[in-house]
Design a protein around this ligand. Sequence first.
Ligand code: PLP
Length: 360
Amino acid sequence: MGQLRIPGPTPCPPEVLQAMAWQMINHRGPEFGEMLHDVTAKLKQLFQTKNDLYLLTCSGTGGLEAAIVNTLSPGDKVLSVTVGAFGDRFTSMAEVFGAEVIPVRAEWGKAADPDEIRRALQKEPGIKAVMITHNETSTGVTNDLATISAVVKEFDKLLLVDAVSSIGSIDLPVDKWRCDVTVTASQKGWMVPPGMAMVSVSKEAWQAHAKARMPRFHWDFARAQKYLEIGQTPWTPAVSIVFALSVALDMMLKEGLSNIFARHARVGQAAREGIKSLGLSLFADEKYASDTVTAVSVKDGLDVKEMLKILREEYQIVLAGGQQSLQGKIFRIGHLGLITEEDIKEILSALREVLPRASS
Ligand code: PLP
């Protein structure tokens, strides 16, 4: 059996795929309204939040843009904590909309340092918000968001979190960690095809929204709220993704949050141990290694392109390469959503055969 093991899109269970084939319904009718309310309530359970939550028809990037334009004004100072390609993208987005961005960067493969964030906040009292990637998919690092959030809240700043590849797979209690806007996307640990971002919005984020002056229309949370009250979305939603989510969320709640997190922790551990047993090394600082994606350093002499090709063509296993400066230097195994330790074992045994063939 083949395996798609990139860090999203992820494989979908057959029940979820069947839901994608359901006949269309009126997105302004009662049946859809009921489903939208039900999906929103279930997502709140999985986000561990009582905050507002919206479905936005877009990929994760749209949700991140929404986080920015709904809470900030041009000229606002923001601290952007970046530890990889997705953190850099979040940083650029805020710049494009006119924020004055102060980046706090960590070397790729390392996690963000809470003390450095504290020092940056002390140095720049005018900062309005802190932006951070919880799980940096490009490097396989999970930041210590509990500690970082405590630092951010010492200074009473807004916290905008890219949780695209973490929430729903690894623990991120939104209310406990006081995340003001938290963003994820359907194609990650949710076991649903791409097409929907899911975004939670705190009371403090709403206060910021009232003053925020960045241009917004499609992403305006106020419009999303107004329509949710009547069981709708402001614009035509990806109806089939809502169908799929309704099925996937039931499966996730049946498994239970703690079981989902424990499974990802076991799978992550199995991937890391297995990689080391093959004589390869982890790219990420192991203390912060992600339980949803493992980045593997490429050894001298290993042709990573060739390795990925053989895996894909002969084993029907699809892994991901490195992004940007990490191209050719790492490869990544996505292990979020529909995954077991058995799947990891199969990947490792394929790697055991393929590595010598792709090495000079
Ligand atoms: N942020 C992180 C951490 C991601 O992993 C991704 C996607 O891989 C994104 C943002 C961008 O999401 P999308 O490709 O859904 O727009």
